[in-house]
Design a protein around this ligand. Structure first.
Ligand SMILES: CCN[C@H]1CN(CCOCC)S(=O)(=O)c2sc(S(N)(=O)=O)cc21
Ligand SMILES: [Zn+2]
Length: 262
């Protein structure tokens, strides 16, 4: 089957041909129009809480669509906020970027794109027995989105990722990250967020994600983003760099967009 991607012939505009869900009514990402975000009081009451383990030797792989760190953490917990009474567990994290730092995030804020976006993917272990099963249900996954701003100080945690990328230049390659990774360090200091019901932002675009997008970006350097763009989408000699891997915003439709100023 033709491999989906981000070029004009296999990109977001044609995904719905191969993946019907991509044309659904609760797709992600969306443009976060801050004027319509409702500050929902009961979000304030149920504080969003997270607890992660620090892990070393996490496996990072080149998926052909970017890098992905497999981080199944049975000891992790994400709960509260928009997640009702269920507990969600970290499964993996990855990110999206663009050809230049003027673009790259998937969600936009009042039409403004950030230079990139990190996704921490969790699944509902209260209700479902596996990640794959959870991805088939409307409340199966919870993804934390964190925007990247470009600045002068390099992000030490992201640097642990960047330092492995030369070993996974080609699609299908993987390696272990020797450093200890603590997912908490990827989160901004300000914990205000927007939340809405959406989907995976890549095929199969399952409408199974409760999105939680932090308002405050974290800072990375241009050099770190340049390294992301050196990954190859192909498995062999042919070099087709993964210079962009973000889906543009999809219609919010009549979905509620809520905000919490933690
Ligand atoms: C390149 C494929 N990316 C997919 C891979 N997985 C899909 C598994 O589908 C099971 C039916 S995933 O659930 O780990 C996942 S989360 C996101 S995102 N950008 O919305 O945070 C994309 C993807
Ligand atoms: Zn993602």
């Amino acid at each position: 089957a033709a491999e989906w991607g981000y070029s004009p012939t296999n990109g977001p505009d044609v995904w719905a041909r191969l993946f019907p869900q991509a044309g659904g009514a609760r797709q992600s990402p969306v443009d976060i129009c801050t004027s319509i975000a409702s500050s929902d009081s009961n979000l304030e009451m149920k504080k969003l809480t997270f607890a992660y383990e620090s892990q070393s030797d996490l496996r990072i792989l080149n998926t052909g669509h970017g890098w992905k760190v497999e981080a199944p953490q049975s000891g992790s917990r994400l709960e509260g906020g928009p997640l009702g009474e269920d507990i969600y567990q970290l499964e993996q994290f990855h990110c999206h970027w663009g050809e230049t730092s003027a673009e790259g995030s998937e969600h936009t804020v009042d039409g403004r794109a950030y230079a990139g976006e990190l996704h921490l993917v969790h699944w509902n272990t209260t209700k479902y027995q596996s990640f794959a099963e959870a991805a088939q249900h409307p409340d199966g996954l919870a993804v934390l989105g964190v925007f990247f701003d470009v600045g002068n100080e390099s992000n030490d945690e992201i640097e642990k990722i960047v330092s492995t990328l030369s070993e996974i230049k080609f699609k299908g390659q993987f390696t272990d990250i020797p450093d200890v990774i603590d997912p908490t360090t990827f989160l901004p200091s300000g914990l205000g967020y927007w939340t809405y019901l959406g989907s995976l932002t890549t095929p199969p675009c399952n409408e199974c994600v409760i999105w939680i997008v932090y308002k405050e970006p974290i800072t990375v350097t241009e050099e770190q983003l340049v390294q992301f763009r050196c990954l190859s989408a192909c498995s062999g000699e042919a070099e087709e760099f993964i210079v962009k891997n973000y889906r543009p915003p999809q219609p919010l439709g009549n979905r509620a967009l809520r905000e919490c100023n933690a």
